[in-house]
Design a protein around this ligand. Structure first.
Ligand code: ZN
Ligand code: CU
Length: 483
């Protein structure tokens, strides 16, 4: 028998959480066609894996790569980690459908400056993606804040019934073109005036659509349990699974509450479909928010429009130089981006290890001095948290990055190594894999990734990009819930 690529002697972690098996794997026409000991296929390309680990390509469930997959289609920060699929449109902000009038509203500016918003309809976005041929696959959520931008004259109020109707029609349209579901970012000022009823009414478009509801909740501080209840209520009403984005207990006053938060999650999971994602760092990052300025918390400036020279410095240093309070300095830096070292490591580890938790980077691709999660998330989970700290096994780490995301988001024939599945694959060395990006030096590729195939095409090796880009737009298929 013939095949395009034969990978010999790989320790295959199939994504299910099962232990590795030393086998060969044959790929043809972008799919896995055979798995077994000593395959006898004649192959155009033969790869000796020498016992390295072979896993399904990682699925980054939480990204803001909406415009970078088109404008920087090599997607080096992601493919260099073994990521073969990104889900865009998180936290209420999607690059489409968007029709801007003036400045880009916060936090849509995390997706880039004005000229990057070129997709008035979701179909325009899909078309641009197909023309750009990114190196990795892309699936997309539709952001509530983006819809508000299209239909409201100002974002500091609740939408009227007629405006919600228009937003819902636009969401339904995108869902029929293959969008995965709805995301909200209710914590942000430009969505916070939306009542629960506004979101419920909008989310009616999800009923019967087999779509998901993801949310950057209304708060991650004191009232986090109320915010979780709001998210669960929206999921029940929309008859849809809920994914809580970047679950964390933010702010010093909330440290130690992860046990309580996770038991609230578990109780609700008994009666409805709920999951979450988490990044493996004890610091968050977004636009610079005055409400989060706390002199006890280290804040790093990731970009600033009026003061680009502050990039990479701490807010405390900048404030000291200017002879201002932290809050005054922060106001002067805006619009700006920031990293907030406001999460307790133990809380983060507890959430990361929970069986309902998927891995999502939340990386910000346009930040001048980005949070290291953009380049380091997946190798850090595998190297630091699984191998070195033994927080969970290697097969479990892979499951959190592959089959669980594919099933929850409805990505058909992805996220597992099985016959008939897409040949999105990553070959890595489990003994050496590690992140090298740090808060001081964040733009650095991980080590230990040997080869990455996307839809059967070898796209990245330890030597760098191969020059072949084989990513696709992945429309929503049927979600399959995993407890
Ligand atoms: Zn968010
Ligand atoms: Cu986000």
């Amino acid at each position: 028998m013939n095949c395009d690529t034969l990978i010999r002697n790989a320790n295959v972690l199939d994504g299910s959480g099962a232990e590795a098996q030393l086998v060969d794997l044959a790929i043809s026409d972008g799919r896995i066609v055979a798995i077994g000991a000593s395959l006898r296929h004649a192959a155009a390309n033969a790869v000796e894996a020498d016992g390295l680990s072979l896993a399904p390509g990682f699925i980054d469930v939480h990204t803001h790569d909406d415009t970078s997959v088109i404008d920087t289609p090599e997607m080096l920060p992601k493919i260099s980690q073994g990521v073969t699929t990104v889900i865009v449109g998180n936290c209420g902000i999607s690059a489409s459908p968007v029709r801007l009038r003036g400045d880009v509203p916060d936090p849509m500016n995390l997706l880039g400056t004005r000229e990057r918003f070129r997709y008035p309809a979701f179909s325009d976005y899909v078309k641009a993606l197909e023309e750009a041929h990114p190196s990795i696959n892309v699936a997309a959520l539709i952001g509530h804040t983006s819809l508000r931008n299209n239909h409201l004259d100002r974002l500091d109020r609740t939408a009227s019934a007629a405006e919600v109707d228009a937003m819902r029609a636009e969401l339904a349209n995108a869902l029929s073109a293959g969008a995965l579901g709805l995301s909200t970012g209710l914590a942000y000022a430009n969505a916070n005036s939306a009542t629960t009823e506004e979101v419920l009414s909008l989310a009616e478009a999800l009923i019967g659509a087999n779509a998901v509801y993801t949310t950057h909740m209304r708060t991650e501080t004191d009232a986090i349990l109320d915010a979780m209840d709001e998210a669960f209520r929206i999921g029940r009403y929309a008859q849809s699974p809920v994914v809580i984005s970047h679950l964390k207990c933010a702010g010093i006053a909330n440290w130690g509450r992860s046990t309580e938060v996770l038991s609230t999650l578990e109780n609700a999971r008994a009666s409805q479909q709920i999951g979450c994602d988490c990044y493996p760092y004890s610091a968050g990052s977004s636009t610079l928010d005055l409400k989060q300025v706390d002199p006890r918390v280290r804040i790093d400036i990731t970009w600033s429009t009026p003061h680009p020279e502050a990039t990479g410095r701490t807010l405390a240093d900048v404030a000291a130089d200017w002879g201002l309070s932290h809050l005054h300095a922060a106001r002067r830096l805006q619009p700006a981006g920031a990293i907030y070292h406001s999460i307790d490591e133990q809380d983060m580890r507890r959430i990361l290890a929970h069986p309902a938790t998927m891995i999502g980077s939340d990386g910000l691709p346009w930040d001048k001095h980005p949070h290291p999660r953009l380049w380091g998330t997946y190798p850090r989970v595998l190297g630091r948290y699984s191998r070195d700290e033994k927080l969970f096994s290697l097969p479990e780490a892979i499951r959190k990055m592959t089959s669980m995301p594919a099933k929850r988001f409805g990505l058909a024939h992805r996220g597992q190594i099985a016959e008939g599945y897409a040949a999105d694959l990553v070959l890595f060395d489990p003994d050496t894999i590690r992140d090298t990006a740090t808060f001081a030096d964040p733009v650095r590729a991980a080590v230990g990734i040997h080869s990455v195939w996307v839809n059967g095409t070898l796209s990245y090796t330890s030597q760098g990009l191969t020059g072949h880009r084989a990513g696709r737009f992945l429309p929503r298929a049927r979600t399959e819930w995993v407890q």
